[in-house]
Design a protein around this ligand. Structure first.
Ligand code: SF4
Ligand code: SF4
Length: 224
């Protein structure tokens, strides 16, 4: 899809690591990975089945309101097209031999990640910020796609997915009697989000707590 400029590959290091970054989540695209960013062209790419729309939360400064920026990423296993907020899971394109995409076709944020021996491979904040800024002018197309695929406004879909994922983790915590060390890494990440967004998403978290309590009482009533 895009060229190989700035893309790096070190199959030896990644083979030794076993694809830790790809097991965590599908990597992200840059806007420049797409030769055309019109609604029909992006829809055709998404309809091939390997791309999801995700929401990244961004704050310009501490006192600023959180803003959702829609981006495109490689789809993760069992995730849908509109995957705005969810616990992270392995990329669909990861195989026993590594990434099934050629370096040229690999999403740029995965392909510019420099493999490191200690597996501490991370993109700089500068790159992440520049990438987010690049997506801002394409929000209209992405919001329209969310509406096409779900029939709902992006804010409603985000709210629904946020409540569902948080309720799931809150129910697990209750079942584990508060022992959060037994949560998976993906669930712990959702818990971190719950803790960091307790003010912004106060009402959504209240709903999530209610659903978690209903889930637990349903489980308990089946075992009585
Ligand atoms: S880029 Fe880093 S984390 Fe990802 S597979 Fe390669 S060595 Fe592992
Ligand atoms: S597209 Fe390839 S490099 Fe990116 S997360 Fe998936 S398997 Fe890894």
């Amino acid at each position: 899809m895009s060229n190989t400029e700035n893309k790096i590959e070190d199959k030896n290091i990644c083979a030794k690591c076993g694809g830790a970054c790809c097991k965590k989540s599908g990597c992200g695209y840059l806007v420049s990975d797409f030769p055309s960013f019109t609604y029909p062209d992006i829809k055709a790419k998404i309809d091939e089945g390997n791309i999801s729309i995700k929401a990244v939360l961004y704050k310009k400064s501490i006192n600023d309101k959180l803003k959702k920026i829609l981006v495109l990423k490689a789809r993760s296993i069992d995730k849908g097209i509109v995957d705005l907020f969810s616990a992270s899971s392995q990329c669909k394109m990861l195989t026993a031999k590594g990434c099934s995409y050629s370096l040229e076709d690999r999403p740029s944020l995965g392909a510019i990640l420099k493999p490191a021996q200690n597996m501490h491979c991370a993109l700089s904040e500068k790159i992440q910020l520049e990438n987010l800024q690049g997506w801002i002018k394409h929000q209209y197309v992405l919001e329209k796609l969310v509406k096409t695929y779900t029939g709902k406004h992006v804010d409603i879909v985000y709210r629904e997915q946020f409540i569902k994922e948080c309720a799931n983790v809150l129910a697990k915590i209750k079942l584990l009697r508060g022992n959060i060390n037994k949560l998976t890494i993906a669930d712990q990440e959702i818990l971190d989000t719950i803790n960091s967004m307790s003010e912004e998403m106060y009402y959504e978290l209240k709903d999530a707590n209610k659903i978690a309590e209903e889930t637990i009482s349903n489980i308990l009533s089946k075992h009585q």
